[in-house]
Design a protein around this ligand. Structure first.
Ligand SMILES: NC(=O)c1ccc[n+]([C@@H]2O[C@H](COP(=O)([O-])OP(=O)(O)OC[C@H]3O[C@@H](n4cnc5c(N)ncnc54)[C@H](OP(=O)(O)O)[C@@H]3O)[C@@H](O)[C@H]2O)c1
Length: 293
């Protein structure tokens, strides 16, 4: 098991992407701290993990990510119950679409508070509990960003501002904590079939083809939490680019896809632009190859 005995805390883990990550980490043997505002959804995630019968610990603590006191108390509970954190995933997020000059001031603030202040609070509350005593097994701080960076879709001004902001925050923190055995990395998904994108229709089985399932992202988070990513810092993993690589991997004749070293030559020749975007993420491609074999 990839994460046996590790302690992973995930915000926004009652549903959507966070829930999928939580289940994936538990399947790999990690103990899990779950938090969001809706206790019923947290209980549901916990139950789904416990029903797997793996025997990992699952602790839930509701908290509003925009309230530092609440998130600090949640993380203290996770630390008391689990011990130091090997990984923290700042995933909770919120978005609304509206014409910018008519956008409600309160909504703009709410989006910034959740997506920017929330990431800051998550890190600040987590910091005292991160396991940072081993340079060969660094603590991982992972942010769920968005393809809104750098695509900037119109009418999503607040969301775009928030997702640009966290890219800057990651860069600053990666530099600031370089000597402390913490890495900072980000997954930047395209559209995913969750409540944030499709409202109550999420998970109805009728998503457009280009929209990903929440669990399609699991390998990216698992990779960043794994031994293979110990030295990867301040990476931006765009799911669109990796998906292009995955499509090509699927089509590649055997002999061209056994590992990154052989695949990269084929990739470079067939799709040079996509190759350029992922050429620094060979370890991730290797990870994906190993998991699909
Ligand atoms: N779905 C997409 O197409 C997409 C694409 C790119 C990036 N993302 C990013 O993916 C992340 C997860 O979103 P999702 O798509 O999985 O949406 P989702 O299904 O709506 O899940 C969002 C999670 O965040 C929690 N949350 C929201 N506001 C919160 C607050 N103030 N305090 C604590 N928790 C809060 C929600 O729980 P409560 O409401 O119960 O608090 C929920 O568990 C977000 O950062 C989002 O920006 C999503």
């Amino acid at each position: 098991m990839l994460l046996k005995g590790k302690n992973i805390v995930i915000t926004g883990s009652g549903r959507g992407i966070g829930k999928a990550i939580a289940i994936a980490c538990a399947k790999e043997g990690a103990n899990i701290g779950l938090t969001s505002r809706t206790i019923e959804e947290l209980n549901e995630t916990k139950k789904e993990i416990e029903d797997l019968g793996i025997g990992v610990k699952v602790i839930i603590k509701p908290a509003d990510i925009t309230k530092f006191q609440e998130i600090m108390e949640a993380f203290m509970t996770f630390h008391d119950e689990l011990g130091p954190f090997n990984g923290v995933i700042a995933n909770a997020g919120y978005s609304r679409m509206w014409t910018t000059h008519e956008f409600l001031n309160e909504k703009f603030s709410e989006i910034m508070d959740t997506n920017v202040l929330g990431v800051f609070y998550t890190f600040k509350a987590a910091y005292p509990h991160l396991k940072k005593d081993d340079k060969n097994d660094k603590a991982r701080f992972i942010i769920t960003g968005s393809e809104a960076y750098p695509n900037a879709p119109p009418k999503f001004t607040a969301y775009v501002a928030s997702k640009y902001a966290v890219v800057g925050m990651q860069k600053a923190m990666a530099l600031e904590y370089k000597k402390e055995n913490i890495t900072f990395n980000m997954i930047l998904p395209t559209q995913v079939d969750t409540r944030a994108l499709r409202g109550k229709k999420a998970g109805d089985g009728n998503k457009p083809e280009h929209v990903l399932n929440p669990w399609d992202l699991n390998d990216y988070y698992l990779f960043l939490l794994s031994e293979s990513a110990n030295r990867i810092d301040n990476a931006l993993i765009f799911t669109y680019d990796i998906n292009e690589a995955k499509k090509l991997l699927f089509e590649a004749p055997s002999g061209n896809k056994e590992n990154w070293e052989v695949f990269k030559e084929y990739f470079k020749e067939k799709a040079p632009k996509s190759y350029d975007k992922v050429k620094n993420l060979g370890k991730l491609i290797d990870f994906i190859i190993n998991r699909t074999q």
